[in-house]
Design a protein around this ligand. Structure first.
Ligand code: UFG
Length: 326
C-alpha cells in the first residue's frame, strides 16, 4: 500500500515508518520537524517538510504524490503530547491536535483517501475506576492533552460517517524503548517520561531524579503504568492498516501489555545495569495511580500481542542513550 505518514520524523512515527518499509509498503513522510528529526526518517521513505495545520501545503503534497500513485492510507502522528505543557498552553494543543486533524481530514476528503490510522492515548480514560481500561471504559480526560485526543477521535468518527471513511484509532499506553538498530529512539530536549529520565540518571546525563509520590494506593505506593515497546506499537500500525483497508471497517484499539509496573519497578530494572541516584518528592499534578490496558481486542482483531517485555524496553533505551550520549 502507499502510505502518507504525517509526523513520520517523530518518535513513534519514525518507528512505524521502519515497520511499514520492512513489510514492503511505500511510504511518504510529512513532518514540520518541530520535534521530529529529519535523520530519523528511513532512507527509503520520501520526505516532505510540511505542517499539519497548513491546508495548502498538505493539499499540494497529496496532489503531487497522488498523480504518481494514489495514497491508500494516511497515518497521523503529528501531535503535541506533553501533559503539563497542555495544562499551561491549551490553545497550542487545541490548535495543533484538533485543528490539525480537521485540516488533514479535509485534505483526505478532497483527495478521496478512505483510510486513516490515528494515534490516540490512554489519557482519554482519565482516572479509570480500577485502573484497568477496556475500550468500553468511560472516557473522561483530566487534562487538555487527553481532551484534544478525545475530540479528534470523535471528529474522525463523524467524518467517517459523513464521507464513508475507515479509521483505526490506537490508544497507546506508556511507550518506551528504541529501534533494534539503535538508529532511532526518543531524542528530545527536556525529556519528562520516566523511562528516559531514569536511564539518563543512570548514565550520569542527569545528576538525579525524583519519584513523584510514594503514597498512592498501589502495591508499593508509587504509580503503576503499562509499558510497551515502541517497535511493538509500530508493528500494530501495519496490522491495523491492513485490517481496515482490506475489510472496510473501523475500530478503536488499546495498545498495551495488560501488565502494570510501578515507578519503583522501573528504577529497579534500570539498577540491574547501573545505580540510579533518586529521591522521593511530592505527587505530580494530574497523575492517576494506576493505568493498565486490557489488550484483548488487539489480540482478537489484529492477532497482536507485545513481543518485548520490560527488560527489553529498558535495555534498548539504555543502549540507545549510550550510543547517542543523550
Ligand atoms: N515519574 C516520576 N518521575 C519522573 C517522571 C515520571 O516519578 O521524573 C512518574 C510519574 O509521576 C508517573 C509515572 O512516572 O507516575 C509515569 O510518568 P510518565 O511521565 O512517564 O508518563 P505518564 O503516565 O504521565 O503519561 C504517558 C504519556 C501520555 C499517555 C500516558 C498513558 O506521556 O501521553 O502515558 O498511560 F497518555
Amino acid at each position: 500500500m502507499k502510505v502518507c505518514v504525517v509526523g513520520g520524523a517523530g518518535y513513534i512515527g519514525s518507528h512505524t515508518v521502519y515497520e511499514l518499509i520492512d513489510a514492503g509498503h511505500e511510504v511518504v513522510v510529512v513532518d514540520n520537524l518541530s520535534t521530529g528529526l529529519k535523520d530519523a526518517v528511513h532512507k527509503d521513505a520520501l520526505f516532505y517538510e510540511g505542517d499539519i495545520t497548513d491546508f495548502a501545503a498538505l493539499d499540494k503534497i497529496i496532489a503531487d504524490e497522488n498523480r504518481k500513485k494514489p495514497f491508500d492510507v494516511v497515518m497521523h502522528f503529528a501531535a503535541k503530547i506533553v501533559v503539563p505543557e497542555s495544562v499551561k498552553n491549551p490553545s497550542l494543543y487545541y490548535y495543533n491536535n484538533v485543528e490539525g486533524v480537521r485540516t488533514l481530514l479535509d485534505v483526505m476528503v478532497k483527495h478521496n483517501i478512505k483510510n486513516i490510522i490515528f494515534s490516540s492515548t490512554a489519557a482519554v480514560y482519565g482516572k479509570a475506576k480500577d485502573g484497568v481500561c477496556t475500550e468500553e471504559s468511560e472516557t473522561k480526560p483530566i487534562n487538555p492533552y487527553g481532551e484534544t485526543k478525545l475530540a479528534s477521535e470523535k471528529m474522525i468518527g463523524w467524518f467517517a460517517h459523513a464521507y464513508g471513511m475507515n479509521y483505526c484509532i490506537f490508544r497507546y499506553f506508556n511507550v518506551a524503548g528504541a529501534h533494534k538498530t539503535l538508529e532511532i529512539g526518543l531524542l528530545r530536549d527536556h525529556l519528562t517520561h520516566i523511562v528516559p529520565v531514569t536511564i539518563q540518571t543512570a548514565l550520569g546525563i542527569r545528576e538525579k531524579m525524583t519519584v513523584f509520590g510514594d503514597d498512592y494506593d498501589t502495591f508499593d505506593g508509587t504509580c503503576v503504568r503499562d509499558y510497551i515497546h515502541v517497535s511493538d506499537i509500530a508493528y500494530a500500525h501495519v496490522l491495523g492498516m491492513e485490517h481496515i483497508a482490506n475489510k472496510n471497517v473501523s475500530v478503536i484499539i488499546n495498545l498495551g501489555s495488560n501488565q502494570g509496573f510501578s515507578v519503583k519497578n522501573i528504577i529497579s530494572e534500570v539498577e540491574k545495569h547501573y545505580p540510579v541516584n533518586h529521591e522521593y518528592g511530592a505527587r505530580r499534578e494530574g497523575d492517576p495511580a494506576k493505568l493498565i490496558a486490557s489488550n484483548k481486542r488487539a489480540k482478537e482483531i489484529l492477532g497482536w500481542t507485545p513481543k518485548r517485555d520490560l527488560s527489553e524496553i529498558i535495555l534498548s533505551d539504555l543502549e540507545f542513550r549510550k550510543k547517542h550520549k543523550k
